[in-house]
Design a protein around this ligand. Structure first.
Ligand SMILES: Cc1ncc(COP(=O)(O)O)c(C=O)c1O
Length: 482
């Protein structure tokens, strides 16, 4: 393992340093380049923390019992101190330890593609770029934070990590991290995804972790939910409660979350920092940055380094678009307020857009987007109109996924296909307006374990069921009064 790379003083200039670094690589691109690679030595050596650059102060997490702001000690039973400190760090740049970079080198830097064939078939004047995170061993962006979280836990003597997983991507990512770093991992997988994706389970087990279909009878929360509804399809909110309960009850186990929290989005900024260098090599800068949004980690990851330029006046007209399913429309139809991060009320209260922690979305195929809440950072930026949000039904999303696969080759994860649909819509709008727009989206993962979803779409079995105002109101009622 390499020595820890230390950089004592991190400065605002770090972003503009990209230019110097790009020059140093002496990379000369052909005019019609499709993939833009960076050498391994260009892996960023610090994550970007957006907290000090927010337009308004971050609202504290609240202890549900005392209703007072949470202290680091309140979080200590479930997270290691290093991650608790990152969660509310005032530092703009946070060093990435050399040991983490060494593991990142297995697949990072990930490629940036120009979707030239898709542009042609859409006959758009827009340039469409996408950052492809499906090249990681687990097949998505999730290992970027899984490796970091496992590393800090291991350093503080933790033996086991418990976690939830929706689509199975996060569970596989943490299992991979457990195998590479040497930690036991226990995964609570939302039951509907467990059934839809049996090979995600095999993948998790291949890396040596244990996986259970949630709700389970292993936890108090799970038993209570099964007593109320033995056929519960599960949800991320329920699986989180189970995993947190396991961590709270065992002092050698800590909990690991694959999205939502600030430290998770922080680790994911490696995606946007690389993309920035790659866009610079391509000689372009995005007018719009797009990503699907479940808990917000891949969106925060790709967009925050660009939003930095918006917040500091370098690119004031930059647009960022969060894309969610109409079945779980947290940002487009949710309320902004304090709510629990999980169904069983085990977590602190978080100020975010939410559908209410008791809301259980229908069993759509983009399992990773079935979360009632959202990252508090993404929520705040949405509230302040720095990020926009759109929602799509799953049938048009799969239609876009197939158009993309037929032209670009890659079969996207259903979650990522939401971003593709939005990018295509932006490209069509550019054509209608005759504008030479530059579009960048995050292709957060591949869909190789999602072929049942593709089967359902291709055989006309996918249903788009409208979400009624009554169902939403019922969910909102579960929000606590703060
Ligand atoms: C491929 C993929 N993309 C996106 C997501 C959504 O998560 P987030 O909003 O945290 O990026 C998931 C979640 O499981 C996923 O598997």
């Amino acid at each position: 393992m390499s020595k820890k790379r230390t950089k004592k003083v991190k400065k605002v200039k770090k972003v503009s340093k990209t230019k110097k670094e790009v020059k140093k690589t002496n990379i000369i691109l052909q005019k019609d380049e499709i993939k833009i690679f960076l050498p391994e030595k260009q892996i960023p050596d610090a994550w970007y923390n957006i907290l000090p650059d927010l337009p308004v102060p971050f609202e504290p997490y609240i202890h549900p019992g005392t209703k007072k702001p949470l202290t680091p000690d309140d979080l200590a039973p479930i997270f290691p101190m290093a991650l608790i400190q990152q969660e509310l760090s005032p530092q703009r740049w946070i060093d990435i330890p050399g040991e983490i970079i060494d593991i990142y080198r297995l697949w990072r830097p990930s490629p940036l593609y120009r979707a030239r064939k898709l542009e042609k078939v859409l006959q758009t004047p827009a340039k469409i770029y996408y950052k492809y995170e499906g090249v990681s061993p687990a097949g998505s962006h999730k290992p970027n934070t899984a490796i970091a979280q496992a590393y800090y836990n291991k350093k503080e003597g933790v033996k086991k990590l418990s976690t939830e997983t929706g689509a199975g991507q996060w569970g596989s990512a943490l299992s991979l991290a457990g195998a590479l770093i040497g930690l036991e991992v226990e995964v609570y997988m939302v039951k509907v995804s467990y059934k839809q994706k049996p090979f995600r389970k095999s993948m998790i087990e291949t890396w040596g972790a244990k996986v259970y279909a949630s709700p389970t009878d292993r936890t108090e929360v799970g038993r209570k939910i099964l007593a109320e509804n033995p056929d519960s399809p599960g949800s991320l909110g329920i699986a989180i409660s189970e995993a947190v309960e396991v961590a709270v009850k065992d002092q050698n186990t800590k909990y690991s979350l694959g999205s939502v929290l600030n430290h998770v989005l922080l680790h994911q900024t490696i995606v946007g920092l690389e993309a920035k260098k790659q866009m610079e090599l391509a000689g372009d800068y995005p007018d719009v940055v797009i990503a699907c949004c479940g808990g917000g980690s891949n969106l925060g990851g790709i967009s925050f380094p660009f939003i930095y330029d918006k917040l500091t006046g370098k690119k004031p007209d930059l647009r960022t678009v969060a894309v969610e399913p109409t079945a779980c429309p947290t940002l487009t139809r949710g309320l902004f307020g304090y709510d629990f991060g999980d169904t069983g009320q085990m977590t602190p209260l978080i100020k975010m857009f939410t559908l209410g922690h008791k809301f259980v979305p229908s069993g759509i195929h983009a399992g990773g987007l079935r979360y009632h809440g959202d990252s508090p950072l993404i929520s705040l930026l949405c509230k302040h109109k720095i990020i926009e949000a759109v929602a799509y039904d799953q049938n048009p999303v799969f239609e876009s996924a197939i158009l993309f696969a037929k032209n670009e080759g890659i079969i996207p994860a259903p979650e990522s296909a939401h971003a593709i649909k939005a990018a295509i819509d932006e490209a069509i709008k550019a054509k209608e307006e005759g504008k030479k727009k530059v579009i960048l989206f995050n292709l957060s993962g591949h869909g190789h374990f999602d072929m049942i979803a593709y089967d359902d779409y291709l055989s006309g079995k996918l249903k788009d069921v409208p979400l009624s105002d009554e169902a939403l109101k019922k969910g909102f009622k579960s929000m606590p009064q703060i």
